[in-house]
Design a protein. Sequence first.
Length: 391
Amino acid sequence: MSRLFVLLLLAFGVVQLFEAAPTARAAVIEALYVVDGTTLATYHVNPQTGHVKTVGTPLNLGSGIASWPLASSPDGHFLYVPCCISGTQALSVYTTDAKAVPQAPAIQVIPGNFIKIVVDPNGRFAYGLSLEQDQNYNQIYSVHIFEIAAISGKLTQVQIEHRYNEGTCCVWFNLDGFDSRGAKLYDDKGSDLGGGGGSLWYEQQVDPKTGDLGKRVFLINGSYPGQGQYAGVALGDKAILLSQTLDGNPSQSWLNVYPHVPNPQSPLIHCTTSMLNVCGYVNGLQLDPSQQNVFIFSNTGPITVAQMNLAQGNLVATGSTIPSGQTVYFNNSDTLVYALQFSNGSGTVSTYRFEASTGKLTPGAQVSLENSTFEPLIFPSERTPDHLFTH
């Protein structure tokens, strides 16, 4: 094969088509990363059984405060870790080997008090969120736009957007990821002042060539006025879900599904206890990657999986549940679900095989996490084989 032909394949993205073929898909590694304090451990998950095994040597992230949520490149070849290098917060980039194990030392360390990073689904840009305090003790959140080098995975900062001065108390800003195409970046601004809480949710268009962010557009108000009340928001490409719950009064509680437009007014689905009992007791919402199913967190029972039927205007329980009090994560291909349970210094990660078309969960295995000072973080990733063509 000539070098010119190889370059043409790379230029037109044909390598991605080859990597998606069944033979390449069979070699994809389902990896689960667990950050426990400042140690990052790697697990392999069998997608057919959900069974888990430890691989490689745990990565020591450094000394200092615990890590924040990490991210990976879409192919899983690079990990982006906001953590604690020698007691100082920074953003570090690690390569992963063929078994998806991150390799020390980091290939890049970017100083700054980074608390989150999100990578667009196309793998071209990353957005880091840093938090600093000014001389008046105001919390200053900054969004750092990075371009990702296609081969090395290293980050080059394009610009910094200093736009979010959230004052001295009780208000926060967060990056919430992308739509499925990487065309929109979501964020929310929240507070817990005066007994109430919740967030206002926004979106920004992403320039596919430069990574620049467009005008910040208000989407929906996910706040609540007082104690004993809850609000939940989940954003999909075509729908926005919003719940409002009043403790002890399910007749005044509901879950609405709106079209994905700014500040929607008329719901496509209005779910109360008459449609689905859990809609009167919601305290959290999460869409699976296929956006066919909503995981409904309840303050009175287990996490309920319901299918979202926009055409018929209803939510239908699938019969699948997860015990309450757990945090739920999905793998990229929507075939595995992970649930983290943590209390009193110990935790458990449970795996489930998942069929998005039916919403069915099948229990797999459990991993025990003990003697944790901080609640562990888990991050599912799928590592594709190394590139089929060399340069």
